[in-house]
Design a protein around this ligand. Structure first.
Ligand SMILES: [Zn+2]
Length: 690
């Protein structure tokens, strides 16, 4: 008898469907060969700092005394509910798991956590805490949750020890993020008087958006003159743009240059026309799917992931938190069958055995997102579910489309008196191919029918243009940055080799599995906001980043990426859990040491002069207050008011200029509003709605 522990009830149900013929009991299913039970995701969490102490102080009072905390051995406890009380549901289910694992007729145990790092340790923790005598443990590793795949997976189970390194990476990740999160969150919060959520990945994400928005805010557009010719030749307007540019005060020079250029003759010196096969996009990884849905439907990432997760739990799509756009070669037979099924529904697709589709070297643990054997009726899905499913389905059909997409491409070279060359490009789709299923690629306009030797009319004029500021991050551009934070955005990528190398080395910030949740957290904490598909920094985010900079907590992309790479090394067996954890400890120690040496303390900072008595206004833990406060002066105002942390720079502006920039507040009734803070004639801080 094998006891299978699924990560979630939904997975347990799908496993039961794959086994067939099981009886539902209280908290598990059973037949002659198997019992199947489940966790609710994480049943265990790491100890809090106070749990490691013999005489813990009251938990609600954070103090610098017990920081930094580096436990000798990390301990786990059953997860508590939101109020820190025993969670009866968790306790009861763990009781069921314990009883089943220790039943004498249960001879082996199956780890059926989700097929990833987190799932591996969720179930391992249950087994480690429950099992009283040694029993063999196997791993059920599922690319999707259809009954066919479950049945096949059970037949091919390997020992769970095959996944030891994955588990080690999982524990490293858990310990490192605890060390950072707990120590630095408490430290920053105590120092600033405001709850600041500090985490290994959340900070560089907020920092990226903060930096970009500052760049935009400080951008000064420059005017320049471009030399552009728009003239009709053979009935079509042809635009030529010179590579020469002139600055704002060189208009006369630009005009003279145009006169000289217009005196020259423009001749077609070369023409290439060819038909070219246009390939479909690649299958979707989670990020690429989220990028597409964000761009096209303005769907936030947590929404697209939640829907993909539901489609996966219903068996309609493969494992969603994948970072690959390729398929595993050992799944070829499965895809042959799925393609056959889809073809029977009337789609013109065919199995293709190509390296651009099946490539094990670009897969870490899961294939790209695909449909499964189980193809839903449209009516079985909600609108959003249909949107997500059909994006995956259509891309799959495009990749395996029987008919090729062919475009006619023309390239014409125009020489202006032998002094400057211009390339004109045009293309048009001749055979639709995969574009029937998955949106046509951008095509250039059609070019007029020109031959070598033809003369082109020119009429160059200076055209006033402005340099453009950088763009705010969108779902897509932020994801691209996080996937490879060290790539220069301006240089085009050379194939996808570089991207996969970056992922496999762990250069990325966060992972496919964690990024969505962390970005959502940053939104919920009011650090950033998402409007349509564009991210903006919020006052709380500015406050967070500026505080951390003040406290010398760098947590930049380099540090985060360094730890990400350490996790990969643990996964590959090139580093121990302890070594990776020590790296995090070193960095945290550095922060605390630099504080001891007197560097960056900051309550007590002078932010300006008191409008009432002219003495210094100092930063306190919770307020900015006159140094004579409570003695001879009563000037003070809160750092945090109505959901807004007033940044120090704004407080200085208030004292200097008498008012702040517009800040975002939330009324007591929960309604957001914008206002400035200003000093009234009595030196009192009041809202200014103008
Ligand atoms: Zn005063």
């Amino acid at each position: 008898m094998l006891a299978i522990i699924a990560e979630k009830p939904s997975l347990a149900r799908n496993i039961v469907a794959g086994i067939g013929d099981m009886t539902k009991k209280n908290g598990y299913y059973e037949n002659a060969d198997y019992v199947v039970t489940w966790a609710f995701g994480h049943l265990f969490s790491l100890y809090d700092i106070e749990d490691y102490m013999q005489n813990p102080p009251e938990k609600t009072k954070w103090t610098l005394d017990n920081l930094p905390c580096f436990p000798e051995k990390f301990e786990f406890k059953l997860k508590k509910d939101q109020n820190g009380k025993t969670d009866d549901g968790v306790k009861k289910q763990f009781g069921v798991i314990s009883a089943l694992l220790n039943r004498p007729d249960v001879t082996g145990i199956v780890n059926a956590g989700d097929s990833d790092r987190e799932g591996e340790i969720i179930v391992r923790l249950c087994i480690n805490h429950a099992l009283k005598s040694k029993k063999p443990v196997y791993r059920l590793w599922l690319p999707d949750q259809t009954p066919q795949t479950v049945a096949k997976g059970i037949k091919e189970m390997k020992s769970d020890s095959v996944y030891d390194n994955l588990a080690k990476e999982g524990f490293s990740r858990t310990y490192i993020d605890w060390l950072y999160g707990v120590n630095l969150t408490r430290y920053a919060t105590i120092k600033s008087g405001t709850l600041l959520r500090v985490g290994r990945v959340i900070v560089p994400i907020v920092k990226a958006i903060y930096d970009r928005d500052n760049e935009i805010k400080n951008f000064k557009p420059e005017t320049y003159y471009a030399l552009v010719s728009k003239a009709i030749t053979a009935g079509e307007e042809i635009e030529l743009v010179s590579k020469y540019k002139f600055s704002e005060n060189e208009k006369a020079k630009a005009e003279k240059c145009c006169v000289r250029m217009n005196a020259l003759q423009a001749v077609v010196t070369d023409k290439k026309a060819k038909k070219e096969v246009v390939s479909a996009g690649k299958l979707y990884s989670l990020t690429k799917l989220q990028n597409h849905l964000g761009k096209k439907y303005k769907m936030p990432m947590e929404r697209s992931l939640a829907i993909a997760q539901k489609l996966y739990e219903n068996g309609y799509i493969s494992y969603p938190r994948t970072n690959s756009e390729y398929l595993a070669t050992n799944e070829k037979n499965k895809f042959k069958k799925i393609i056959g099924d889809i073809k029977n529904l009337g789609y013109g697709i065919i199995f293709k055995d190509k390296k651009s589709i099946f490539d094990d070297s670009k897969i870490e643990s899961h294939s790209a997102l695909t449909p499964t054997y189980k193809i839903p009726q449209k009516s079985a899905l909600s609108n959003d579910e249909y949107t997500v499913y059909s994006a995956i389905f259509k891309r799959f059909c495009a990749v395996f489309c029987e008919e090729e997409c062919v475009a006619a491409k023309t390239e014409i070279n125009v020489s202006l008196g032998g002094k400057e060359d211009y390339k004109l490009k045009g293309s048009v789709i001749v055979t639709a191919g995969w574009t029937k299923y998955d949106g046509a690629p951008k095509t250039d306009k059609i070019l007029p029918d020109l031959k070598v030797g033809d003369i082109i009319n020119v009429n160059f004029r200076p055209e006033e243009r402005q340099t453009a500021p950088p763009k705010h991050y969108t779902i897509e551009t932020l994801n691209n940055y996080l996937k490879n934070p060290f790539r220069d955005e301006k240089t085009p990528q050379d194939g996808d080799e570089e991207e996969y190398k970056a992922i496999f080395k762990g250069l990325e910030l966060g992972t496919e599995a964690t990024r969505t949740g962390i970005i959502d957290n940053a939104k919920k904490s009011g650090y950033i906001s998402l409007k349509k598909d564009v991210y903006y920094i919020e006052n709380n985010g500015t406050f967070l980043i500026e505080q951390l900079l003040d406290m010398n907590i760098s947590m930049d992309k380099y540090k985060t990426s360094e730890l990400g790479q350490a996790l990969k090394k643990v996964y590959h067996g090139d580093m121990t859990v302890e070594e990776s954890v020590n790296m995090a400890k070193e960095e945290i120690k550095r922060v605390f040491d630099s504080d001891q040496s007197g560097g960056t303390g900051f309550y007590g900072d002078r932010i300006g002069l008191c409008p009432k008595c002219g003495k210094a206004v100092l930063r306190g833990r919770y307020s900015y207050a006159c140094e004579d406060y409570k003695k001879n002066c009563d000037f003070s105002f809160n750092i945090r008011m109505l959901g807004c942390s007033v940044p120090q720079s704004q407080a200085t502006a208030l004292l200097g200029d008498g008012k702040t920039d517009k800040l975002k507040f939330v009324s007591k009734a929960g309604k957001p509003f914008e206002a400035r803070l200003k000093l009234d004639e009595n030196g009192k801080v009041v809202f200014d709605f103008n």
